[in-house]
Design a protein around this ligand. Structure first.
Ligand code: HEM
Length: 506
């Protein structure tokens, strides 16, 4: 192929511009021929379960909540690449860092996560616009570029640390309030859901919505409940062929009602904020905002686009934060020596101050390594996906036709002993050892590239500020009942059962 390209370049030099169409054609022909030569293997050659056994795994063995585990079983049974089909969905699973890299490097100009999403069907049905999670192509690109300026630039994100620290202070107060006389906080995830929602709301609206107040507004509880229900029904509605929706309408109806509530909640808060601003303008006061809804509304996009983007950002900021906070403290409570080391790191950076700020975090490598390790063990998004819409691609010696759904098995690579020694152990120091490196795509909890998590910097800042402060205020100890908790898939990876921990005053 390289030789052919060199010959073509030679011809181009000799014959000038008129030869370009011919050369383009020859190049395409040569690329095609070379692909055929190497990628002798097609999807037909790829191993994988039969339709019946995949359906059995999914539905008869509570497979939807064990999807992360099915990745490991698939890796053991079929190797790093296998295919599985159910109903209208055929998906190629990729469970090796090298192969995941190959997919992501060929994802094209406007990467697409999945085109089968029931999330998109809901928006079409109700006439809503798409937000950043669900939009594609140019539409996605324009919102991504706008939000990227305010969410991905380190300086822009650092500016939120005061707002976020206010939310962390309320979280600490709420933890104190929720403790039993033995210091036990039952079901920490539910506290962290509220923290996540308050945190993302403060960044979106520059105002507080009371999730951490003593009496929680009912609408907040309903919003969090709607997210839960929506995630529970997402996989079901996605795997169910559409004609089954008419026979068993409940999952689809419940799914739509949850989204309805979430859209209404976001719209209510946006409208409230916009009205307050309009009143300010009417009074001749200056309006200047630093919050994300303000940037979106000032960019001249239709209000329907603002509503859908804010709904999706609110949604993205709740379970992700809650789950990571819960697992971090769960693991730290079981590793008191690590907890003490981390606290020492925070104390030595603060030098007598009591509230960590964004700039301090740069000098807390163990804190960063801890969050990295937690997200390796419990990747919030255990499986991501890509659909390459522009062309066929070659991965691991297989030719994958365009428009095939490719599942990236992040849970499997994170827990594969061939990739990480002692993969089930919590060892934050593995990320700090100079003599030990891992493949850069072995654990990528926020994704990589153009379509990676846009909330990453905000999420990391929120996690660092909250974890460091909790460790300054409390000794975190396990539930005296000694219950160990495993993860389960609920679209995202969440704790399978309630996590309760002791927060002992320091
Ligand atoms: C621990 C916290 C979080 C984790 C592990 C996480 C992880 C991810 C992952 C894996 C993706 C998909 C990336 C891809 O397809 O390559 C994603 C996308 C996204 N995340 Fe996060 N996320 C977190 C927190 C947040 C927060 C707090 C927000 C909101 C401020 C957010 C907003 C988004 C959005 C809007 C997208 C879609 C981006 C796009 O399609 O362009 N995430 N996230």
């Amino acid at each position: 192929m390289i030789i052919v390209r060199r010959m073509l370049q030679q011809v181009l030099r000799v014959s000038g511009r008129s030869a370009i169409p011919l050369i383009k054609w020859m190049e395409r022909w040569a690329e095609g021929a070379s692909a055929k030569q190497h990628a002798a293997k097609t999807l037909q050659d790829m191993p994988g379960p039969s339709v019946a056994s995949f359906a059995w795994d999914l539905f008869a063995k509570r497979g939807l909540s064990r999807l992360h585990h099915l990745q490991l079983e698939g890796l053991q049974r079929y190797g790093p690449m296998w295919k599985a089909s159910f109903g209208p969905i055929l998906t190629v699973h990729v469970a090796d860092p090298v192969l995941i890299e190959q997919v992501l490097r060929q994802e094209g100009q406007h990467p697409m996560r999945s085109d089968l999403s029931s999330w998109k069907d809901y928006r079409k049905l109700r006439g809503h616009h798409y937000g950043l999670l669900t939009s594609e192509g140019e539409e996605w690109q324009s919102v991504r570029s706008l939000l990227g300026k305010h969410m991905l630039r380190p300086k822009a994100v650092e500016a939120y640390d005061e707002t976020l620290n206010g939310v962390v202070s309320d979280l600490i107060a709420k933890l104190r309030l929720s403790r039993s006389s033995e210091g036990l906080v039952a079901d920490i995830s539910s506290e962290f859901y509220r923290f996540g929602l308050e945190g993302i709301s403060s960044v979106l609206f520059e105002s507080r919505i009371g999730c951490l107040d003593e009496v929680i507004p009912e609408e907040t509880e309903r919003f969090i409940q709607s997210i839960n229900t929506m995630f529970v029904t997402t996989l079901l509605t996605m795997f169910m062929p559409k004609w089954l929706h008419r026979l068993f309408p409940k999952p689809w109806n419940t799914f739509c009602q949850s989204w309805d509530y979430m859209f209404d909640f976001a719209k209510g808060h946006i409208d409230q904020r916009m009205t307050a601003e309009a009143e300010k303008v009417a009074r001749g006061e200056e309006v200047e905002g630093r919050y994300l809804t303000y940037f979106l509304s000032r960019a001249g996009m239709p209000m329907k686009t603002v509503y859908s983007n804010v709904t999706e950002l609110l949604l993205a900021g709740v379970d992700t934060i809650s789950s990571t906070m819960s697992w971090s403290l769960y693991e730290l409570s079981r590793h008191p020596e690590m907890q003490a080391m981390l606290r020492d790191e925070v104390l030595s950076v603060l030098q007598g101050r009591s509230i960590p700020e964004a700039a301090d975090v740069a000098r807390m490598p163990l804190l960063k390594a801890t969050v990295k390790e937690v997200l390796r063990l419990y990747p919030v998004i255990p499986a991501n996906a890509r659909v390459t819409t522009e062309r066929d691609i070659e991965v691991g010696g297989y030719l994958i036709p365009k428009n095939t759904l490719i599942t990236l098995c992040h849970f499997a690579t994170s827990r594969d002993p061939a990739v990480f020694p002692n993969p089930d152990e919590f060892q934050p120091h593995r990320w700090l050892k100079k003599d030990q490196t891992f493949h850069p795509y072995a654990s990528i909890p926020f994704g990589v590239g153009k379509r990676s998590c846009i909330g990453r910097r905000i999420a990391e800042l929120e996690l660092y500020l909250a974890l460091s402060r909790i460790l300054l205020e409390f000794d975190v100890k396990p539930d005296p009942e000694g219950i160990s908790v495993k993860p389960k898939t609920r679209t995202l990876l969440v704790p399978e059962s309630v996590i309760s921990l002791q927060f002992i005053e320091r």
